[in-house]
Ligand binder design. Sequence first.
Ligand code: GLA
Length: 328
Amino acid sequence: MVAWSPGRVNLIGDHTDTTGGLALPMAIDLGTTVTARRGGDRIVLRSDVEAAPATVALVGPGPGATGPGWERVVAAVAQEIGATVGLVGVVQTTLPVGAGLSSSAALELAVALALGAGGSPLELARACQRAEQRATGVPTGILDQLTCAAGVAGAALLLDARAGTVRPVGLPDGLDIVVVHSGQSRTLVGSGYAERQAELARAELDVGPLRDAVVADLASIGDDVARRRARHVLSENARVEAAVDALASGDRRTFGALLGASHASLRDDFEVSTPALDDTVERLLATPGVLGARLTGAGFGGCVVAAVEAGAPLDGWRVRPSAGARLL
Ligand code: GLA
């Protein structure tokens, strides 16, 4: 089996998926390949970026928690898709690990496909989302797995987390997407991710589903912190819709400005930025040809995504929208 999954970059719409909101990600032309032979009752995978192999027995007691972190991810995928036949092979990736480009969703999808998982991209994404939660204990949303599963070559995706749907959104000519590492690696385990979800849940106790709430509702959120977190979500959902309109009309400047507003909201209202991310955004905004920049993904370190005039020189990964995970 040769299974491949792209990573993803989120252009705009972060921390909206867990309350059924909107995002505008794209699957990218960096990704993870699993090359393996199916058979037996064990999974044994080696990786070019992990020191220790992942070894998972499909019979007997479940996997212990003693193995490397990526072994837990592989084991969780096997459990979620109900794998009964093993796999021996190698994992190779062109994605930076722990940078916010969904290296872990790409691993989950490629392993799931190599193990013979079927179903629609949404079903595959949901199984891998559950695996991610099971392996890490972090209550992550559907953004990463659905983007990697349902990617469309040449297009970003308007992702509606409540509906579980994606709609292709073309990128206008003259626009490059460049991803720049802040130099600070991140992991969601031990980050404020789960705490933010709890704060959003608190806001929803006061105003109901945030996806249906309007700005005027914010005043009835009693808790100050929960109100700011909810304000981010409402404003970010609106920015995603505005960004889709800006791309459709080829308005690159407005698109860039929306990225900047998104970063400010993630920094000030949602509080998931860091000095390293803020500095990277500032530096990029002062660079000729950069239309806008923001942290991408969960924050707490990792990468910044920049909208750039085509061809403008800038160090980083110049990524292109790619098709979704598949068997090759
Ligand atoms: C992580 C999670 C996603 C999403 C983003 C923030 O990548 O896995 O579900 O919540 O953070 O937008």
